[in-house]
Design a protein around this ligand. Structure first.
Ligand SMILES: NC(=O)c1ccc[n+]([C@@H]2O[C@H](COP(=O)([O-])OP(=O)(O)OC[C@H]3O[C@@H](n4cnc5c(N)ncnc54)[C@H](O)[C@@H]3O)[C@@H](O)[C@H]2O)c1
Length: 441
């Protein structure tokens, strides 16, 4: 049965806390695409298609033609940053896109000026921002963010908003009593509890306004009971965390293949060098710890060593990130994978990925903005597990294991879209195969 989905009429405001490399690459890209200067490569919503019915039906529409998503022409961008550079200046500074392309979209980018950030230097010690809100308590900061959201919506004539955290990775810390319920969280805002991170203030403000919130960084942010409660209370979708790009993308492509062939793994060493502002923030051990935890979670879920001890029980997994300014956003990663096959014979796989971090992340931000808006219009509140495809550490309901295998994640995403549109779900064994099978049995 087709679900009732409100049509995407009017403008969709995309609010981005953190107008750094990823956010500016996404915004500049969307403007360039709208001008016909580039193509939205890497964006599933824009370039991807999905099969409906039997393979012989030859019916594989583009996703954007199948589900009612906001049109790129209806997107308006805004955001906050601790630096006051407009999006053109920030994109130049990030050095991801060619000056020629940036000049072609300069006028549009210069109009997007960051609002003052809710910031606490303890959470990102390597940043020296000046474009920062002054307030006595976190409660006042949250109220100021709510005012920003409402004002942005009114000024830009938006009918809907979404928020995607593209800010720096905050330091590692674990959930504590203040995060345990909405009541304790709101008391913590008033008491200015230092355990409430800046990213949580943005998430709280968004959810209070009924604005979907997705977390592109590995911070705790919406991964706490207090904000789950608020999301369900205000019927708002949430998703996270940590965009799945680069090395982890490769991991979740290669690991399911090794597992599928019952090949053993004794070690997986991943290291990389990058020199952008993200790398600078991650150079602090407390911030790196947040990223490390997110990156390490992936392999255990795919290999399930507890179920398959002989093949994966002794696997050693190590992840390093090294700040190396000369490479800027052009991250270079190396993976050494020690595997074994028939009769235990050893083999090695080496992956040397010369990637561009923000080029891989930008389409994910666009897709998440469009899908989170779809989720809101389809009245899907709380954790959007079907969007695990986009994240290194997919958020799940309590007690549920996250799915990391990218192919299973894609199947889940596509089936959710089919379900929303009242189409038959498709498993890897196609409908036709089932029919042939039932005839022969
Ligand atoms: N690029 C990727 O492939 C990738 C992949 C996964 C996750 N991420 C995460 O996405 C985030 C953005 O990455 P990036 O490369 O654009 O980093 P970046 O350093 O270029 O941009 C982050 C921006 O956030 C701003 N910021 C920090 N705290 C803020 C706050 N409290 N309020 C408002 N702004 C704040 C910083 O000033 C900076 O301009 C990082 O957390 C990164 O770890 C990136």
């Amino acid at each position: 049965m087709k679900q009732s989905i409100t049509q995407p009429n009017g403008r969709l405001g995309v609010l981005l806390p953190g107008l750094g490399a990823v956010a500016t690459t996404m915004i500049a890209g969307v403007v360039a695409i709208k001008k016909g200067l580039s193509k939205p490569v890497g964006s599933l919503t824009q370039m991807g298609s999905l099969r409906l019915g039997k393979p012989s039906d030859n019916n594989s529409p583009r996703i954007k033609d199948f589900v009612p998503l906001a049109d790129l022409d209806d997107l308006v961008f805004g955001g906050w940053d601790v630096y006051s550079d407009n999006v053109y200046q920030a994109a130049l500074q990030a050095k991801v896109l060619e000056p020629g392309l940036l000049n072609a979209v300069r006028a549009e980018l210069e109009t997007i000026v960051p609002m003052k950030a809710a910031f606490d230097k303890r959470y990102a010690k390597n940043l020296e921002g000046t474009n920062v809100k002054e307030a006595d308590t976190r409660y006042e900061l949250a109220q100021a963010l709510i005012d920003d959201i409402e004002q942005f919506k009114a000024t830009n004539g938006c009918s809907r908003l979404v928020m995607i955290w593209c800010g720096s990775t905050e330091i590692y810390f674990e959930e504590s009593a203040v995060h345990a319920s909405l009541a304790s969280f709101e008391a913590g805002l008033r008491n200015n509890d230092p355990a409430i991170a800046p990213s949580m203030l943005y998430a709280y403000a968004a959810l209070k306004c009924g604005v979907p919130f997705a977390n592109g960084a590995p911070n705790l942010t919406v991964d706490i009971p207090a904000l789950h409660e608020l999301a369900y209370l205000t019927n708002t979708p949430i998703a996270g965390k940590d965009f799945k790009t680069g090395q982890t993308l490769m991991k979740t492509i290669v690991a399911p293949g090794l597992h599928a062939r019952a090949l053993g793994v004794t070690g997986w060493f991943s290291t990389n060098i990058l020199g952008n502002r993200d790398g600078l923030v991650l150079d602090d051990p407390d911030n790196f710890k947040t990223k490390e935890v997110s990156k390490l979670s992936v392999l255990d879920e795919i290999f399930k060593p507890e179920e398959n001890h002989e093949l994966y029980g002794d696997m050693y997994h190590k992840v390093r990130i090294n700040y190396y300014p000369p490479h800027g956003d052009n991250k270079e990663s190396w993976d050494n994978i020690d595997i074994f096959g028939w009769l235990g014979y050893q083999m090695q796989i080496k992956i040397n990925f010369l990637c561009r971090d923000s080029i891989l992340a930008a389409p994910l931000v666009l897709d998440l903005a469009l899908f989170m808006d779809l989720a809101k219009r389809a009245e899907m509140s709380g954790i959007q597990e079907w969007l695990s495809f986009y994240f290194k550490s997919p958020q799940t309901e309590e007690g549920q294991a996250p799915e990391h295998d990218i192919f299973k994640q894609l199947t889940k995403l596509e089936n959710t879209l089919r379900f929303l549109m009242g189409e038959d779900l498709i498993t890897p064994l196609g409908l036709e195969d089932f029919e042939n099978l039932s005839q022969t049995v």
